[in-house]
Design a protein around this ligand. Structure first.
Ligand code: HEC
Ligand SMILES: [Cu+2]
Length: 324
């Protein structure tokens, strides 16, 4: 698998069709650009006006030539249409047995939810398996774009949109938001991790196979460790760490370190205590209580994404950070 001059690696079953059609159009354009420009220059020189030479009478028209320069381009355009339409229909028709993943886009993050209950902020998919994404937006129009798969689809508030693909080889690939969605639009870059499905193997990128990853992600609360460790895993898994730190430094949002039990000022002048309920509400309805000094509307709700037990674990982690 190699990237080419125009394209990143081809890592989905769509990629050869998309690239093939692109190159077809590209080389036809190059051919006509050269043909037409060259003829133009030749004719300009050959038929230039020369003093004392009278223009010859026009020979009339050439039926064969005129028919062919109308019919040939029409045929080429039809080929392009047929090729593109077949590819489009294929891309719009996910196989029935496709593995379904729910996608939520919001300003400015992705959340991926799997049939097992697992949640992640990077997209994890099995190799050589059709995968269908069922996508919705919590706020504005976003667009999911995976260059290596050659798929791009808008994610719109108030309705589901879908896209499907079948990844070929395991590895990590870029996933972008391709619709300008506000100030931190560029934060919506994340990864697609393609896992092998071979239970006996960990692949080149040294990632666990899909089932192993899934088993771990579906149940982030491990019985054999303190609850706060699970909380730490969960804030990574959900991408909270893109905006919050646990070392006291301020990022997009306040650091989690040392805030539990303290009194803090809100945007509206009120003073609150950072306790279990405040944390829970901040996660489920972040805009109901905005910390003074932080812009509202940055964090989107994790309602329906985070589970109650996971919130417990996150709270345990807040308490642990207080003691540390
Ligand atoms: C896109 C950035 C972003 C992400 C992702 C994000 N937050 Fe926030 N968060 C903020 C901002 C900004 C604030 C401060 C404004 C406010 O209170 O809404 C905040 C406030 C909070 C607060 C209140 C903290 C305090 O000291 O007042 C908690 C608790 C919190 N977030 C938890 C989480 C958890 C848990 C996650 C992951 C499940 C998460 N956040 C993901 C940006 C983010
Ligand atoms: Cu976006």
């Amino acid at each position: 698998m190699q990237d080419s001059f125009f394209f990143p690696v081809q890592n989905s079953t769509f990629a050869p069709t998309v690239d093939g059609l692109y190159y077809f159009i590209f080389w036809i354009s190059v051919f006509f650009l050269v043909l037409i420009s060259t003829l133009m220059v030749i004719f300009m020189v050959k038929y230039r006006r020369i003093d004392g030479v009278e223009p010859e009478e026009s020979p009339g028209h050439n039926t064969l030539l005129e028919l062919s320069w109308s019919v040939l381009p029409a045929l080429i355009v039809l080929v392009i249409f047929g090729w593109g339409f077949a590819g489009y229909v294929d891309m719009r028709s996910p196989p029935e047995e496709a593995y379904e993943i729910n996608v939520t886009a919001s300003m400015w993050q992705w959340n991926f939810r799997y049939p097992t209950g697992a949640v992640s902020d990077e997209l994890h998919v099995p190799a050589n398996t059709p995968v269908k994404l069922i996508m919705q937006s919590q706020d504005v129009v976003h667009s999911l774009f995976v260059p290596a798969f050659r798929v791009k689809q808008d994610v719109v508030p108030g309705r589901y949109t879908g896209v499907w693909f079948e990844a070929l080889e395991s590895g990590e690939f870029d996933l972008f938001c391709a619709e300008y969605c506000g100030k931190q639009h560029s934060d919506m870059i994340t990864k697609v991790v393609v896992h092998t499905t071979d239970p006996a193997s960990t692949d080149l990128a040294n990632k666990p196979n899909f089932e192993t990853w899934m088993a771990d992600a579906a149940d982030p609360i491990k019985d054999d460790e303190p609850l706060y460790e699970s909380g730490k895993r969960i804030i990574k898994m959900l991408g909270c760490v893109n905006c919050h730190t646990d070392d006291g430094t301020k990022k997009v949002g306040p650091s989690f370190k040392g805030t539990f039990g303290t009194q803090q000022k809100l945007h509206n002048g009120e003073t609150i205590t950072v306790d279990e309920n405040y944390i829970r509400q901040s996660i489920l309805d972040p805009n109901s209580q905005i910390r003074a000094g932080f812009p509202p509307g940055q964090m989107s709700s994790f309602k329906g994404i985070i589970k109650d037990e996971w919130i417990d674990a996150v709270i345990a982690y807040f308490k642990h950070l207080k003691e540390e």
